[in-house]
Design a protein around this ligand. Structure first.
Ligand SMILES: [Zn+2]
Length: 78
């Protein structure tokens, strides 16, 4: 009977150690960038995109170099 209790205890301890290892490994992974990043609006098409993916030109945000070019040429034409 004592042997059985020891066996069960050993299994539980191994299980707890493995669980903690898995948890620690998950914690080591780099955290995902926060979803609530600053959003900016493309001045040309109005689409919202993360600030880190936008192009900032003279205090105005654009979603792509193409829209920056179109916006600038459109402004020049008028
Ligand atoms: Zn755009």
């Amino acid at each position: 009977m004592g042997k059985l209790i020891f066996l069960v205890l050993a299994i539980v301890i191994v299980w707890v150690v493995l669980k903690n290892l898995a948890k620690a490994r998950r914690r080591d992974q780099p955290p995902r960038p926060p979803a609530a990043e600053d959003m900016v609006r493309c001045t040309h098409c109005g689409v919202h995109l993360p600030r880190s993916e936008s192009l900032l030109t003279q205090g105005v945000y654009f979603c792509s170099a193409e829209h920056r070019r179109q916006h600038e040429s459109g402004r020049d034409a008028r």
